[in-house]
Write a protein that binds this ligand. Structure first.
Ligand SMILES: Cc1cc2nc3c(=O)[nH]c(=O)nc-3n(C[C@H](O)[C@H](O)[C@H](O)COP(=O)(O)OP(=O)(O)OC[C@H]3O[C@@H](n4cnc5c(N)ncnc54)[C@H](O)[C@@H]3O)c2cc1C
Length: 456
């Protein structure tokens, strides 16, 4: 790793926003070009406010990647591959390397990212900081399980290597640690072998929530499973949708995805995605002939359908949108998911991207990882102010009552009591927080706005 640790210009950027576009504002931004420049970037970006935070590709939806009024260290300039053993699939790369770039390098050699979220435009460090999960959670757990070690720079301890044996407390706290324990410099991850870039895929319509849970019971037969749910269907059709499952094909070309895709040129008015347009889409999608399909598909449309339009988040209009994702324990899960969907139907709010999946029980090495065994429901709602917030608060109450939790990477509004009930060990992370790092999310859900006390 080379690169001079010279002064780094700091930009006062008013327009830093996260993916939901509800939270945006001014930050003092520094962009290091190599891990050696991280100390300078941290001190330069925190000089005015006394705090900073790492920012990757900004695909977290709410205020967890932001530090409004404070500093940010944008990591996408640290984008070099450091080592790749094509025989074993062990890859080491700088923190800002995206899964998009990683797949282009790995797929032709017969390797795939072990766990992927629904967008390839996330950085390696972002995948660690939220310990992201994918359609294969029931088989292989979260991203953090496949991380062998990483480099972490802390303002109070300098550069450290963290792994299960070396600095194990910081290893655990950084996986799912929301960027608070230090700036990740590089990540070493074990990739998964594949025979082809193609997927064998099956999609099937289901008519009710009971049918979804019946299909989920067959999850063990498929490495990847997920369902789309029609959140406007009610009565006996409550929870109907399309179930999709897939596995990497054993043979075929190892051609990585193509770059590019169209962009939304301007922010359209907010009425583009409303109850009626979403209702029409749901009818079409549920009934379209392809909703029951068996065949081959490239990995790109299978894992990343939303990446096809680069900044689709603008379709929600100038006020942005809220994502909301919960997981609830398996006991009473059917009743709880029915209750959540019933409340959404009654509210008249439409969710365009409603995803339902059952997490498995593979424990994550992360201290504050989100997944636990049980169904997880992810929704998005255009931001209509108090109306939307009231619905989401009501959904939170159902989740808390059931002993579940809300995903911080998607959140921009949950009450601190909701967070602290879902993540009752959050003080252990606070005790290991880097004294110069904090996010708008952490201030909001913990009420803390200063250096950590060191008390767990
Ligand atoms: C279309 C779409 C689909 C998604 N699907 C899923 C999904 O299926 N499963 C899932 O789990 N998530 C999903 N997500 C969320 C996304 O995977 C996570 O929010 C991920 O963390 C984003 O990575 P990023 O590089 O954009 O990081 P950012 O959003 O920029 O930051 C996320 C967190 O990482 C921290 N961070 C970034 N770089 C560093 C660093 N170098 N050192 C320390 N901390 C750092 C930040 O401080 C912040 O806390 C999805 C997001 C989108 C937009």
């Amino acid at each position: 790793m080379s690169g001079p640790a010279t002064d780094i210009p700091v930009i006062a950027d008013d327009a830093v926003e996260s993916w939901g576009r509800v939270h945006r504002g001014r930050h003092q931004v520094a962009i290091p070009r190599s891990p050696e420049q991280i100390p300078v970037a941290v001190s330069a970006s925190s000089a005015l406010s006394g705090s900073t935070l790492a920012f990757g590709l900004g695909r977290a939806y709410g205020d967890s990647p932001l530090n409004l009024g404070g500093g940010l260290v944008k990591t996408t300039g640290m984008d070099r591959f450091l080592a790749f053993d094509r025989a074993t699939g062990l890859l080491r790369a700088e923190a800002g390397v995206s899964l998009d770039a990683l797949l282009r390098v790995a797929v032709p050699s017969g390797w795939f990212v072990p766990v992927t979220p629904g967008s390839k435009f996330v950085t390696l460090a972002g995948a660690v900081a939220n310990d992201v999960h994918g359609k294969n959670h029931h088989g292989v757990g979260c991203f953090g399980r496949h991380v062998r070690q990483f480099g972490l720079w802390r303002s109070d301890r300098g550069a450290l290597v963290c792994g299960p044996e070396e600095n194990p407390d910081l290893f655990a706290a950084t996986i799912g640690g929301l960027g608070l324990t230090g700036i990740i410099q590089w990540v070493e991850v074990q990739l998964a072998p594949i025979g082809s870039a193609e997927m064998d895929v099956e999609t099937e319509r289901f008519d009710s929530l009971a049918d979804f849970f019946a299909l989920s019971e067959e999850d063990a037969e498929w490495p990847y499973t997920v369902a789309w749910v029609d959140t406007l269907a009610s009565g006996e059709n409550l929870g109907r949708g399309v179930f999709s499952r897939g596995r990497h094909a054993a043979d075929g070309a190892r051609r990585p995805h193509k770059p590019g895709g169209p962009r939304v040129p301007v922010t359209p008015p907010g009425f583009l995605l409303n109850r009626w347009t979403v209702g029409a889409f749901n009818q079409l999608y549920y009934r379209k002939p392809g909703s029951s399909f068996r065949g081959r598909q490239h990995y790109d449309p299978f894992f990343y359908p939303l990446d096809r339009i680069r900044n689709w988040n603008r379709l929600y209009g100038p006020h942005g949108f809220y994502q909301w994702q919960c997981v609830v324990p398996p006991e009473d899960a059917r009743t709880v998911i029915a209750e959540l969907l019933g409340r959404i139907v009654l509210s008249g709010e439409a969710s365009f991207l409603a995803v339902l999946k059952t997490f498995g029980d593979i424990a994550s090495p992360g201290l504050l990882s989100f997944p636990m065994a049980g169904p997880t429901l992810a929704l998005d709602f255009p931001n209509r102010g108090l109306r939307t917030l009231a619905l989401l608060d009501a959904l939170d109450r159902v989740v808390v009552e059931a002993g579940g939790r809300i995903y911080p990477a998607k959140d921009g509004r949950m009450a601190s009591a909701t967070f602290q009930s879902g993540f009752s060990n959050w003080r252990e992370l606070e005790a290991l927080r880097d004294p110069l790092l904090i996010s708008s999310f952490w201030r909001r859900v913990t009420g803390i706005d200063s250096a950590p006390s060191g008390e767990a």
